[in-house]
Design a protein around this ligand. Structure first.
Ligand SMILES: Nc1ncnc2c1ncn2[C@@H]1O[C@H](COP(=O)(O)OP(=O)(O)O)[C@@H](O)[C@H]1O
Ligand SMILES: [Mg+2]
Length: 255
């Protein structure tokens, strides 16, 4: 995985490109030709009012929905549509709001779910604990004891476990849909730090959020969607919350 290039003028590799994606539900045109790129080493925020098409776009990227038209390009390969299985295999991972963790199972069991290490039919629990600890340390996720049930952890820590599991399964693009919606300030900050670290380690990250201060804190680029279209793509350092909010609501017309 490529290190983030610490230079404004140089882009890292595009991991995912979608081009002219269209999607209708009966007579509702949810996406009217959406193009977007997610780069390795970068946090891309997607913002927009309810109904703008954000979730539909994310579902197409992760193979949950098939587009009516358009192209999805991942690591240079072009696809007309994905399935969740294929998306996972080629590194597209979505961190769902419910996190899909087993709360009564410990951290290690969650990280290795379905991919347990065993020898002669016996689980190699010590080896799995050791690998779980290393995985968490590499991602700088602070969980002192991997043998505690995930249900006993804080919301931020649980999010960390969910992310570590996706990385363990080969995730290269991590998509977060409103990751801090149900969290307090401290936990939100921990999740935002994790998101930034993932980008710094070379992962591509997409975050959907309504929280403008968080969007500005965490993102490198902001893509504003409205009524199924991308209104504007902005570099975070070059814009303001006023401008972004105006683009979201439609009070600012795009030239
Ligand atoms: N499964 C569906 N069936 C019918 N309409 C849908 C479905 N999913 C989304 N839509 C419609 O598509 C539009 C975009 O929705 P969505 O992608 O959820 O927007 P956002 O996530 O930005 O709030 C909305 O008008 C929504 O009502
Ligand atoms: Mg949504």
């Amino acid at each position: 995985m490529r290190k983030k290039l610490n230079c404004e003028t140089e882009k890292t590799n595009p991991f995912l490109i979608v081009k002219d994606i269209q999607k209708s539900f009966h007579h509702i045109q949810a996406l009217r030709g959406v193009s977007m790129t997610a780069y390795e080493g970068e946090v891309l925020a997607i913002v927009g009012d309810n109904g703008a098409g954000k979730s539909t776009l994310i579902k197409i990227m992760s193979g949950v929905l098939s587009p009516d038209a358009g192209i999805i390009q991942i690591s240079g390969e072009r696809y007309k549509r994905l399935t969740p299985k294929l998306a996972g295999e080629i590194g597209v991972s979505t961190v769902y709001q419910d996190l899909a963790l087993g709360n009564t199972m410990d951290v290690t069991a969650n990280l290795f779910l379905g991919e347990e290490i065993s020898k002669f039919g016996f689980l190699k629990k010590k080896e799995m604990n050791r690998q779980a600890e290393k995985l968490l340390i590499d991602l700088d996720i602070n969980i002192p004891d991997v043998t505690v049930p995930v249900g006993n952890l804080s919301g931020g820590q649980r999010q960390g476990v969910a992310v570590a599991r996706l990385v363990h399964r080969g995730g290269k693009l991590l998509i977060f849909d409103e990751p801090t919606a149900a969290m307090g300030v401290n936990e939100s900050n921990a999740v935002l730090r994790l998101i930034k670290r993932l980008a710094n380690q070379g992962y591509a990250v997409i975050v959907i959020s309504h929280n403008m201060p968080q969007v500005f804190h965490v993102s490198d680029r902001i893509c504003v969607m409205r009524q199924g279209r991308v209104m504007k793509e902005l570099k975070t350092v070059d814009t303001t919350m006023d401008e972004v909010v105006s683009l979201i609501t439609g009070s600012l017309n795009v030239e």
